[in-house]
Design a protein around this ligand. Structure first.
Ligand code: RUQ
Ligand code: CUA
Ligand code: CA
Length: 540
């Protein structure tokens, strides 16, 4: 719930969030981690952003023109939705050079269906990798895998999606999750999965109608028909990111001081039966420091990885790492290090997840601030730090506090962001288009109050309802001036939302308390902002 915008309060936001039969919002908690944009030709098209909700397994779509969430999809059969990434083109129809899928990695393995069966048998639990359609926001398919998935990455040719996995042991306790020396980065052959589903080689789980294919290692031993390929990576790896040239995936070791570089072309070769062992797709594994987590690229052949334990960003060169892997003792992969404050998690470069990586900036999202700021109580703000990576040496150039904990972000070049500043009145079927149309309409005990706001006036100076009425207020902001937002709050009725220029929003509530209630503007809009009010008169 966000009173600043009325998210979770207005009928429009409730429709996006989903409601329970009693009309209340289904979930009012969330746990977002990663955000990624939609693509055309390997770079951001400025249309959508997608963000995951780990706790409830939901994916939200944000319209980039208004920077508002317009759809939320709850994914069936999963718990703990961690990594998310959009595809970058269609693997089946190469002419479609834009995003139509968003891939969702599932972290917590559960019994399937999770209806009380197999509670004490974690070896029977499993995770699902999910594909959601970016336009309809319907779930297209799911793929059963071994292990717990962390981050998701996608290739520039649309052929592969992948996820790093830290619990290929399928352990239920942390010591079990660390029992093997290697886990994996699992690759999904998107076209093959979709062909298998078309051919009806799928099953369903519980009440869900989503087709599921089997992507477990045992069912995918023959490369020529395999839907998945598990490339071993040491140990409880964290993060997987693809280089802007589309050639390499970097997986961080987390519990190993290494990064693992996996070659895209080699993974494709494995799927074609030209490579015997997925291990042959690993082309470098440099030692880079302690607790490596996430990697950004500069488009000049260098990678920048966050080191959680060392509290550093390490810059390493891909070519040198590949030479060293082949045995060249003179090759030195690590070229620079810089301290950050402290314990970085995600790190990312400007436009670094597109073909247009510009090599200008890297941002380190740090998990601890410790002594960095004035003490403000037990809960410290965290810091994000900006590093200039344009030269040979990394330079810290900016720092700001953030809410705990800054998780992930992308840096998008500003010409890719084309927002609109004023809504279109016609986009809202329920708009009150003229202040003269303000009125109260009653049907039985259902009352609709049509209101407008135009600084400093709310369309009705007062309106009367009866105790027990179900009241819907529809409010259109008739101001056309950029940034001229009005708010609307009703004390004791838990109503507080804003309406932007030329926008319409509505709220519905029960008039259960008789008396006078001053409906007031919450957003400083005019010299007469404090005077911008109406009265709701509730008869007893
Ligand atoms: S991830 S802090 Cu799993 Cu976002 Cu790394
Ligand atoms: Cu309208 Cu303040
Ligand atoms: Ca493990």
């Amino acid at each position: 719930m966000d009173c600043m915008v009325g998210w979770g309060i207005t009928n429009e936001s409730k429709a996006v969030m989903g409601t329970k039969p009693d009309g209340t919002v289904k979930y009012n908690t969330g746990d977002t981690h990663h955000v990624h944009g939609s693509y055309v030709d390997g770079t951001y098209d400025g249309k959508y952003l997608f963000v995951n909700d780990k706790i409830h397994g939901r994916v939200a779509r944000i319209r980039m023109d208004t920077m508002e969430t317009d759809k939320i999809t709850e994914i069936p059969n999963i718990q703990g939705f961690h990594g998310i990434f959009t595809d970058k083109r269609d693997p089946v129809d190469e002419k479609i050079n834009h995003t139509t899928r968003v891939f969702c990695g599932n972290e917590f393995h559960i019994p399937q269906p999770n209806d009380g069966r197999d509670l004490d048998d974690p070896k029977k639990y499993f995770c699902l990798f999910t594909c959601v359609d970016t336009e309809t926001m319907q779930v297209r398919w799911q793929c059963k895998v071994n292990g717990n998935m962390d981050l998701v990455a996608t290739s520039y040719d649309g052929k592969l999606a992948c996820a790093n996995q830290y619990n290929t042991e399928n352990g239920a306790h942390y010591e079990d999750t660390m029992s093997s020396e290697r886990d994996a980065c699992v690759f999904f052959d998107v076209a093959r999965i979709e062909a298998a589903i078309k051919a009806g080689k799928s099953f369903t789980i519980g009440d869900s109608k989503v087709p599921v294919v089997d992507g477990t290692p045992d069912a995918n031993k023959d490369p020529k028909t395999a839907l998945t390929c598990y490339v071993p990576v040491p140990k409880n790896p964290h993060g997987v990111n693809i280089s802007p040239d589309g050639k390499y995936y970097a997986c961080s070791g987390k519990l190993s001081p290494t990064a693992t570089l996996i070659e895209h072309a080699s993974v494709l070769k494995w799927f074609n039966g030209e490579l015997k062992d997925p291990r042959e797709a690993v082309v470098a594994e440099p030692e880079i420091g302690l607790g490596p987590l996430h990697t950004g690229f500069d488009g000049r052949g260098n990678a920048y990885t966050t080191l959680f334990l060392d509290s550093q960003i390490v810059k390493w060169n891909l070519d040198a790492a590949m030479k060293a892997f082949k045995g060249d003792k003179s090759a030195k992969p690590v070229v620079d290090r810089i301290d950050v404050h402290y314990q970085p998690g995600h790190g990312f470069t400007s436009m670094g997840e597109t073909k247009e990586a510009d090599g200008k900036f890297f941002i380190s999202d740090n998990k601890f601030s410790k002594d960095r700021l004035l003490p403000v109580g037990p809960l410290h703000p965290e810091v994000a730090q900006m590093i200039d990576i344009s030269g040979d040496k990394m330079k810290l150039v900016g720092e700001h506090t953030t809410w705990p904990e800054p998780h992930d972000a992308i840096i998008v070049r500003r010409d890719r962001v084309k927002t609109r500043q004023v809504y279109n009145l016609d986009d809202f079927p329920n708009a009150v288009k003229d202040a003269k149309d303000c009125r109260v309409e009653r049907k039985g005990n259902k009352v609709t109050v049509y209101l407008t706001s135009q600084a400093p006036v709310i369309g009705l100076r007062e309106f009367k309802v009866k105790r027990g009425d179900e009241v819907t207020i529809i409010l259109t902001n008739l101001d056309k001036v950029e940034d001229l937002t009005h708010g609307f709050a009703i004390p004791k009725y838990n109503v507080n939302f804003i309406v932007n220029p030329q926008e319409t929003k509505s709220v519905t509530f029960k008039a259960d308390k008789p008396g006078v209630y001053w409906c007031y503007c919450t957003h400083f809009c005019h010299a007469l902002h404090l005077e911008m009010r109406s009265r709701m008169l509730v008869e007893k």
